[in-house]
Design a protein. Structure first.
Length: 221
């Protein structure tokens, strides 16, 4: 029996790669996208719901699927207001997990970040940590939280500081010892593939998945 998947954040780097993988995957008969703007040129198996994701509950009747992939994320440059930032990075994933629970969706996957910690004094890490904690509280049967390191890949928008960071990481990566391997750059391709593999592996037991584990799972294709 073919499945239906939901993607939140399909216009971002990881979400866009995941969308293409799901389009090409015969196990899925339909893909639902929830976003602020329409993506042109997609096949008929993709259904788009356009609206304010900060009011996700308005989509409750259509928020039905076998799996939810949450790739939502912003940056301090795009969203300098911390209140708005938290509404996006914390509010949308938690609301999506809540709808998944209410609508009996058995699988929920969300991209978090390395260093997520609800007790952190760093706003970004604290926000991600609080998001993880409250997503888990929703108790969706199969919940997977991915904590990638710095994400590599070709982005549509220009992020100068992030590009500089990627260059520096590439230079120093050969110096990393085993315990620091989790800090190596991870490609968005690996994250998307790992999410897909987790959703389709009945034996998956991981809940919080580090960068190294993401890479390992991605290879089990």
């Amino acid at each position: 029996m073919k499945k239906t998947a939901i993607i939140l954040g399909a216009t971002g780097l990881t979400g866009a790669i995941l969308l293409q993988k799901l389009i090409e995957d015969d196990r899925y008969e339909s893909i639902k996208l929830f976003s602020r703007s329409k993506i042109e040129g997609l096949p008929d198996k993709v259904i788009q719901f356009i609206g304010d994701l900060l009011k996700l509950d308005q989509f409750k009747a259509d928020f039905t699927a076998d799996e939810v992939y949450c790739c939502i994320g912003t940056t301090s440059k795009k969203t300098p207001d911390k209140k708005r930032y938290k509404e996006i990075d914390y509010g949308i994933p938690v609301a999506a997990a809540q709808l998944s629970k209410e609508n009996n969706i058995p699988t929920f996957l969300v991209v978090s970040a390395l260093g997520a910690n609800k007790n952190s004094t760093v706003f970004y890490n604290k926000t991600k940590g609080e998001m993880e904690q409250d997503v888990l509280k929703k108790q969706v049967k199969n919940t997977f939280i991915l904590r990638p390191s710095l994400i590599g890949g070709d982005r549509k928008e220009r992020r100068i500081l992030e590009k500089i960071g990627l260059v520096v990481f590439k230079i120093i990566q050969p110096l990393f010892i085993v315990k620091l391997n989790q800090y190596k750059i991870i490609n968005a391709e690996s994250i998307a593939q790992a999410m897909l593999n987790l959703a389709n592996n009945n034996n998956s037991e991981e809940v919080i998945i580090t960068s190294n584990e993401i890479k390992r799972i991605a290879k089990n294709n």
